[in-house]
Design a protein around this ligand. Structure first.
Ligand SMILES: [Zn+2]
Ligand SMILES: [Zn+2]
Length: 358
């Protein structure tokens, strides 16, 4: 076993710094994972890569980057109760205290312990390295039918979308609007399709994203963002609007479209982070009996359920990965993701670097 490894850090100014660091060893209740796939999240770009914007739960502490890791356990520390060397695992990307109310619900994302809540890649070392340490309680088993790249996609994006969709409920009766067709929006389309949605309308500003959504047959109609969007969506839905809207862009105008293009009694979920929105509660929401949900990440138990469903549906989240890079080209990977002219971007190792089918 090697003693040192390569790891990527994000010092700001849209740069990536590669450093050689010791391979860590797992303590009590921890495992050492060979990272096989580590995908880049929009929040990494927004809050860390360009400049360090985040505060509190989004404050970057100069650790090894990457909060969407998936790999294989090479060593289990003392006290592990379920997982062992050789197991394939997804890392739920926030390690909570484990004993507050939020942690007990499985929502370690909103752990209330200032001392123990630490997100991988933000406040504790993450997956942009050859190896990483994770706590056993943060692990989700990766089924054999899914690749490591599939698993990395579940660690944050697909898990987050599944939670939002669970809140509003989607089935074959629904026309679904997705605003923002980055990786999270594409995940929303893929999951909506498997849940039975026959009419999926996607809106984005970036041509490459609209094209990808059509090519992957994730959206039935795609619209370039603009002032005509509500009228266009009305025309596509017999004048009524969609039954369900999933807002993934965080853009103020797109958020208003998501609300206004939803029909009476419809449901909307806001997933995209940051920014603001301007709408008129009475005409836009109250008089039309609409429900608006906010949804932040997911729980460990719902992530386990999603992994099981993915196998049942034969849905491979890695299909929306358009570019794979080895760890020593992490700088190129972040630069491409920051450009937005791509689907999901992954840093991969071993079999995942060769395996581009899934
Ligand atoms: Zn993420
Ligand atoms: Zn907690």
């Amino acid at each position: 076993m090697q003693k040192t490894m390569q790891a990527a850090f994000l010092p700001g100014n849209s740069t990536v710094e590669m450093r050689t660091v010791p391979v860590p060893s797992p303590g009590h209740g921890e495992v050492l994972i060979r990272v096989k796939a580590s995908t880049i999240c929009g929040s990494d770009i927004r809050c860390i890569y360009h400049e360090h914007l985040g505060k509190g739960p989004e404050g970057y502490q100069g650790v090894i980057a990457g909060h969407e890791p998936c790999g294989q356990i090479v060593e289990a520390g003392p006290g592990c109760r379920r997982f062992k060397a050789g197991d394939r695992v997804i890392v739920y990307h926030i390690s909570g205290c484990g004993v507050c109310n939020d942690c007990r619900r499985g929502y370690m994302i909103s752990c209330t312990s200032e001392k123990y809540r630490r997100a991988y890649g933000w406040q504790r070392d993450g997956g942009m390295a050859d190896y990483m340490i994770a706590e056993e309680k943060d692990l989700i088993a990766l089924h054999d039918e899914l690749s490591y790249a599939d698993g990395a996609q579940v660690a944050c994006g697909f898990g987050t979308v599944y939670e939002g969709i669970e809140k509003i409920g989607i089935d074959g009766n629904h026309a679904v609007l997705i605003t923002g067709l980055g990786p999270v929006g594409l995940a929303a389309a893929a999951l909506s399709r498997k849940l039975g949605a026959q009419k999926i309308i996607g809106v984005d500003v970036v041509d490459e994203r609209l094209k990808l959504a059509r090519e992957l047959r994730l959206c039935d109609d795609t619209l370039v963002s603009g002032p005509e969007n509500v009228a266009q969506i009305m025309r596509l839905t017999g004048g009524y609007g969609v039954e369900r809207a999933i807002e993934c862009s965080a853009n103020a105008a797109a958020r208003a479209v998501a609300i206004r293009a939803t029909r009476k009694w419809g449901k909307i979920v806001f997933i995209g982070e940051g920014g603001t929105v301007d709408f008129n509660p009475s005409p836009d929401m109250i008089h039309d009996q609409k429900t608006l949900y906010g949804s932040w990440v997911t729980s460990t138990w719902l992530m386990e359920e999603l992994v099981e469903r993915l196998v049942r549906w034969n849905l491979h989240p890695a299909d929306i990965i358009t570019h794979r890079f080895p760890l020593n080209r992490a700088a190129d990977a972040y630069a491409l993701m920051a450009s937005g002219k791509c689907g999901k971007v992954a840093v991969c190792a071993d079999e995942e670097l060769q395996n581009s089918a899934h």
